[in-house]
Design a protein around this ligand. Sequence first.
Ligand code: RIB
Ligand code: CA
Length: 324
Amino acid sequence: MKRKVIIDCDPGIDDSLAIMLALSSPEIEVAGITIVCGNAPVEMGAGNARKVLQFMNRLDVPVYVGAEKPLRRAYINALDTHGADGLGESFLPEVEGYRTDMDAVTFLRQSLMGETCSVIALGPLTNLANLYKEAPDAFARIEELVSMGGNYKSHGNCSPVAEYNYWADPDAADIVYDAFARQHKKIHMVGLDVTRQIVLTPDLLEYMYRLDAACGAFVKKITKFYLDFHWEWEHLIGCVINDPLAVAYFLNRELCRGFEAYVDIETDGISIGQTVVDAYDFYKKEANAIVLTEVEVKEFFYLFFARLLHMKKEDLDLIEQIVK
Ligand code: RIB
Ligand code: CA
């Protein structure tokens, strides 16, 4: 039975890889892609989503434009990381004639008031916070929310303590986590503690290309800028692909392990955007999150390659040699 999913994202290089993985996975039906301002301005993000859908030959998947700025903070993009076009300066041609006149929150509301639907959130949570404010009943019908965001013990990527998605719009993250607490539900928090372990290396890129030249060439094209960024800023050979892990985890919960905890978001001051994970129950509040801290890296790449490259598992033996 396919599970209906809406991907809320800010494409974005790793968002694009996540969309590719979701579209290559028969377990899920991507009902639509909602775009939020984040890595790239929202219209650029929508255009990038359409470019990925074009490559995947899935222009049937609708794209809806959402928030163009955070709830309160000034909008700060991450084009320094994702390139001037938000897609690794691949400068792929725009996919015209594809605009929908429905906005992201309306699509989320209508979808959620229909059949059961989950959300995989790969960007700031602004669209989901707006959904909660406008249609709390629809928000309450989210079957599962998997959010790439936050961090427990891993250091931040926008400040010593804050991860971009929640730092970019901390008020939205605070509203969404608080809403889950009120509804006695738990967000699956796929944070930097696990995503930092998912490094797409030149070896793995070459492996992709050798096994599927078209897919490998596309992934190489959109990740080159990201590889350069990681070398320049972290002296890392490879690039951390955060968002595909959220999709992979949605597909297979065995990929990550963690613990339940009450999570609150700092919305001001020096630690703005920090996920305050109450691992030792100081606040005596019911858990509103499953905080993931361990990941099966090899198993992730098996899944990622098997789906994107349409491969049988036995053809993936080389991964044993190249995934550290
Ligand atoms: O901090 C990493 C997250 O922020 C990823 O989702 C990346 O795409 C950006 O949105
Ligand atoms: Ca993202």
